[in-house]
Design a protein around this ligand. Structure first.
Ligand SMILES: Cc1cc2nc3c(=O)[nH]c(=O)nc-3n(C[C@H](O)[C@H](O)[C@H](O)COP(=O)(O)OP(=O)(O)OC[C@H]3O[C@@H](n4cnc5c(N)ncnc54)[C@H](O)[C@@H]3O)c2cc1C
Length: 416
């Protein structure tokens, strides 16, 4: 009997896992990659340390326009504990939790060890790596697929796994070709948008605070969409960044037209809530407004927020007028940040939207439109927050697609 031949398109996080698992099933596996080396997002992930997984998973934090039920089924196909065991045992990378962020990193703190380790494991399992191979189209035949690439002869294979990623950080190799190919093959693509991307304020209202960072609770709202996050916030020269900003940025990135003007970004700057601030700023004593607020917040930020509330910092609590106190508390607990745009795909850690999860079988990730075609990773319509969630998705979907593509039986290619 001849061996099944599987082409995996894209040697990123999802594709490398797909190649490992297709080869493990005994398939002759070809891993086609546009760049010279592959896995470039792994290399730059987690500031070069690779936040490989979250220490705990809250499935509700994933975002999709597809069925959340399909998303959960896919995620649960490879539970976190098994993923951790895979990296520790198969890759020989002990994982260490960074407690304050609940992120898992390789003990070596080197993303390169993860990228190189995965490619080496794929090679050991028998997958053949074809770098500098940019796939331009996939043509279904009677019982096989034809894979067309720039400057290379077409390949005939039994199954194809598309793991070409989204549109974010195009210099890492992902430019949306895979999405276009899948769309041509009849798949529904939910509109794509930049996610986990910094927010810009062109007016530079808080530019003088660049470099100030602190933990906050932040909420982005637009017509019909809302997201909240708690975590690090960073003032930049152009606007705002940090995990909490990135986690809610998609709401603003998706607001277009008139909706864009009404979309808001609100911040609760300190642990104190409305009642807490009401007590801290009660009208008695000679302490100044600045003195009280600087105890809870970085000094430069405290001063900027007091100014934004239109209050003189040297005002003593006893002198503070009721209306001034109300404005201060409002600014400190629901302060609205001016914004004018986002950094887009250039800086986005992921792409939102993509191939609808309704287009794939959640167990095998085989396309419902074209047999023998499997889809995994960021090209699908789902992303998670900062914290290892996006690799969790890439590893789980890559493994499921690769195993099914490598193992599946006879089929007759059919596009509907
Ligand atoms: C700066 C940054 C930091 C990040 N840090 C983290 C983190 O710490 N933790 C986390 O969980 N997530 C992180 N992410 C997100 C994570 O990197 C992605 O979610 C993940 O890499 C997606 O995997 P993928 O395999 O689907 O796509 P990609 O990793 O983008 O891989 C796609 C691959 O396909 C190749 N390709 C594309 N088109 C073609 C074609 N036509 N022919 C051949 N090859 C093609 C590309 O060259 C690329 O190698 C980060 C992202 C960025 C940008």
């Amino acid at each position: 009997m001849t061996r099944r031949r599987v082409a995996v398109i894209g040697a990123g996080a999802a594709g490398t896992l797909a190649a490992i698992f297709a080869a493990t099933e005994g398939a002759e596996t070809l891993l086609l990659e546009r760049t010279a080396d592959g896995g470039r997002k792994i290399l730059i992930s987690g500031g070069g340390r690779c936040n490989i997984l979250p220490a705990r998973v809250d499935e509700r934090r994933f975002v999709t326009d597809s069925s959340p039920n399909s998303l959960r089924k896919i995620l649960r196909s490879w539970p976190l504990a098994e993923q951790i065991a895979f990296f520790e045992r198969e890759l020989g990378q002990p994982l260490v939790e960074e407690e304050e962020s609940a992120k898992l990193f390789p003990a070596s703190n080197r993303a390169r060890d993860v990228r190189d380790g995965l490619l080496a494991l794929a090679a050991r399992r028998g997958a053949r790596f074809l770098p500098n191979t940019s796939v331009t189209d996939l043509i279904p035949g009677d019982s096989r697929w034809r894979v067309l690439s720039e400057r290379a002869a077409p390949l005939e294979v039994d199954a194809v796994v598309v793991a070409t990623g989204g549109l974010s950080v195009p210099k890492t190799g992902s430019d949306g070709t895979g999405l276009a190919i899948l769309q041509r093959l009849g798949h529904v693509v939910h509109p794509t948008y930049a996610a986990l991307t910094p927010i810009i304020d062109e007016a530079g209202v808080f530019a003088s605070l660049a470099g100030v960072s602190l933990p906050v609770t932040i909420t982005a709202r637009s017509d019909g969409r809302q997201a909240s996050a708690r975590g690090g916030f960073l003032f930049t020269h152009h606007g705002y960044s940090g995990p909490s900003v990135l986690d809610v940025s998609h709401v603003l990135a998706r607001a277009s037209g008139p909706e864009r003007h009404s979309a808001t970004l609100q911040v609760k700057w300190a642990a104190l809530d409305q009642d807490g601030w009401t007590r801290a700023l009660r009208p008695e004593g000679t302490r100044t407004v600045a003195g009280v607020i600087r105890r809870e917040l970085p000094e430069r930020l405290a001063d900027a927020l007091i100014a934004a509330a239109g209050v003189a910092p040297a005002t003593s609590l006893a002198q503070l007028r009721k209306e001034e106190r109300r404005r201060l508390i409002e600014t400190l607990t629901r302060g609205e940040l001016p914004w004018s745009g986002d950094e887009g795909y250039k800086k986005a850690e992921v792409t939102g939207g993509g191939i609808s999860l309704a287009e794939i079988d959640p167990r095998t990730l085989e396309s419902r439109r074209a047999r023998g075609l499997y889809i995994c990773g960021e090209v699908l319509d789902a992303f998670g927050p900062i914290g290892g969630y996006n690799f969790l998705w890439a590893w789980a979907t890559g493994r499921a697609a690769g195993s099914a593509a490598g193992a599946s039986r006879e089929w007759a290619a059919s596009t509907q």
